[in-house]
Design a protein around this ligand. Structure first.
Ligand SMILES: Cc1cc2nc3c(=O)[nH]c(=O)nc-3n(C[C@H](O)[C@H](O)[C@H](O)COP(=O)(O)OP(=O)(O)OC[C@H]3O[C@@H](n4cnc5c(N)ncnc54)[C@H](O)[C@@H]3O)c2cc1C
Length: 326
């Protein structure tokens, strides 16, 4: 079977890897210049940041066994430092559940998980799929190539546009995504506390998650420096999504320095990263979108929930559905 996969995030690469291991010919099309999707690592000025998914918490899902037993583990890091809470003014040990979750990253960034999974796959980068066609014999044509089956793993709003342009009348109910502003900060001051992340009380607080990258994974900042990623909450990110970087930066630094001290008011490096489709706010289900005999399969976190291990699970399900029908 020849399978075309749209999107090289965890769902797409996960599906492609399973189909390829089963002996099928798979080609992945990715609009960006790297694999990873919303698992995105940025390296700059000696700092290393996970701008998207900060870590992978497989929580017993099948991704756990891929990370621990199928992929090389030399660079796999189990995050040891705890997660604590903040109320906008002070930091406290309030989030016991978040602290007990086992989380992983890689020395060179969480994105490396997808890079490792993509090893040996035929991935066409910088290749945005605009539409596809179905031939009279039931094959799919996509950019001049013919495929027996397709797996679509772009965020649901993108998939809906792709299906509409391709005159495929599949319907999604209530699949809405929120946005996220992720602010990368490098400081020339050391961070003395021993927690790796601060979680905000609820999504309404502007600062929803502050990851201390250089505590999460030592080596992500020069000695004596600190690397952080401030993920801004849903309401703030919606309101400021198109705002000037300088305004977002000033407001984020005001929140960060109020919590951590004035040595974290003036970064040596900063960058605002915008995720238009960050997390699904509502999901549809795999079964509602994909019929059991389908050769055009939709996968991705919009069918299940905005987490890496769940996104992988949908890619795995898409691959298994196609393998059962092959
Ligand atoms: C800021 C942020 C923080 C997060 N933190 C965590 C966390 O700590 N833990 C966790 O488990 N999850 C986290 N998540 C959620 C997690 O990143 C996602 O649930 C997961 O990565 C989604 O994977 P996916 O494969 O479904 O989609 P994506 O990763 O979005 O992959 C889809 C791919 O399709 C490509 N694409 C889109 N349209 C086209 C097209 N027309 N043609 C070709 N390619 C196309 C995109 O470029 C992308 O690479 C976070 C997300 C964000 C944004």
């Amino acid at each position: 079977m020849r399978v075309g996969v749209v999107g090289a995030g965890l769902a797409g690469i996960g599906a492609a890897r399973i189909l390829s291991q089963a002996g099928h010919e798979v080609r992945v099309f990715e609009s960006q210049s790297e694999v990873g999707g919303r698992i995105q690592t940025v390296s700059h000025s000696g700092y290393l940041f996970d701008a998207g998914a900060t870590s992978i918490a497989p929580m017993g899902q099948s991704l756990e066994s891929v990370l621990l037993h199928e992929l090389p583990t030399e660079e796999l890091i189990r995050i040891e430092a705890p997660v604590v809470a903040h109320d906008g003014v002070r930091v406290f040990n309030g989030n016991v559940t978040a602290s007990h979750i086992v989380r992983y990253t890689y020395q060179r960034g969480t994105q490396h998980a997808v890079t490792l999974m993509a090893t040996g796959l035929d991935v066409r980068l910088n290749h945005k799929v605009e539409c596809f066609d179905e031939t009279s014999s039931g094959a799919y044509t996509l950019d001049g190539d013919e495929f027996d089956a397709l797996v679509l793993t772009a965020p649901v709003p993108e998939v809906e546009r792709l299906l509409a342009r391709s005159r495929e009348g599949r319907r999604f109910t209530n699949a809405r995504f929120r946005s996220c502003l992720s602010v990368l900060l490098g400081f020339d001051s050391p961070f003395e506390a021993r927690y790796h992340a601060l979680v905000g009380p609820d999504q309404a607080h502007p600062l929803s998650w502050l990851s201390i990258e250089s505590i999460k994974c030592p080596g992500r900042a020069p000695v004596g420096h600190t690397a952080m990623v401030a993920q801004m909450g849903a309401e703030y990110s919606r309101r400021r999504f198109d705002a000037d970087d300088n305004l977002v930066l000033a407001e984020t630094l005001s929140d960060v320095s109020r919590l951590l001290g004035k040595e974290f008011a003036q970064p040596r490096f900063s960058q605002v990263v915008r995720f238009k489709y960050s997390h699904p706010e509502t999901t549809t289900s795999f079964e509602a979108v994909n019929s059991p005999m389908s050769r055009l399969v939709v996968a991705g976190d919009g069918l299940i929930g905005g987490r890496t291990e769940l996104a992988y699970e949908t890619g795995r399900r898409a691959a298994r559905l196609l393998l059962e029908n092959a």
